[in-house]
Write a protein of this length. Sequence first.
Length: 342
Amino acid sequence: MAMLCPLVSYQGTNSDSDTEAAARRDAAEAAAHLVESEAEQAGAEQAEGSPSGQDTREAPILQLACAVCVFGTLLCVMTVVSLSLMVWLVFEYTQYNTATCDIPIQLWVQVVCLTALFNMACNQQDRHGSLGARVFCGWSYDPDNPERVPCRVQLYNLLVPVFTMVWNCVGLYWVSIARSVHPHSHRGHDSIHGDATGASSFLHSGNRLPCKEVAPELVNSVRAYASFNLLYSFFILFSIVGFSQTLYWLARRGLIRVSDAAPPGSLERNTEEVTLSDLAIAEQPQCSICLEDFKDTTDVMVKTKLCGHVFHKEHLANWLSMHRTCPLCRNDLGAMPRSEGP
């Protein structure tokens, strides 16, 4: 009996050890299964192009697409309103084109109409640029050999919008300084042409009838057209500036590609990492992109194989996302490097 008790005790201890070992084995198997599941999920995400990273990269593009849709909708609505105001302005001009008053309001409408006709005839863009650029600047865009737009063409393209904005301001100024209708005067449209004697004596006295009395509807149409077109011009200006800056931001981060950008892999193929002991840094101690001294930063530095210029790797990568040439000498960093002989 005494011998049986240790045996039973040993068997109980052995059984507990087996249970603990089995529990540890089950826990290890569960942990291994969890690791395998996570690895399979990570592999699936990588095989599908990393959806989470892809969503992060696509988010700015989707936001840009929404902004473009909103901008296009507003542009269409404002264009329709501008054309409607233009029709109203021309109609009122035909009604009051012979009326003489204290401001040259008919001249203002005539210049507006001539400017609109000039824009339709000379400033419509085609694949070779505009007719005005070819006639007045002697320059034509060649799609097979693209080049930078000359300064004279940029100045010409800026001249007409600036003149239009200035002329709208002139129209608002003239309308604002027009004399108000006398409170006891209740002239209708027919009485303007009927009371010839009173108007003649008023004009011969060196004064002119107030436009707000002679041509009230024309004054209202000028005020509405000039005010709305100033708002329209500023909307176009700020939208273009904001849109261009957004495209630049996306291109700098590689979310979109521009025609002049270097091909993918150009940085790795055409540059090599260097340290401060490199002789090229002694000749060029500054990064020409950020204008910081190399010795003052810990950023990775690279040297171009073609021309031997040194830049910060991150800054040159951003540059190559927009341009394919060296920032200093304009050598092509997007070309394949020449194979070296044995």
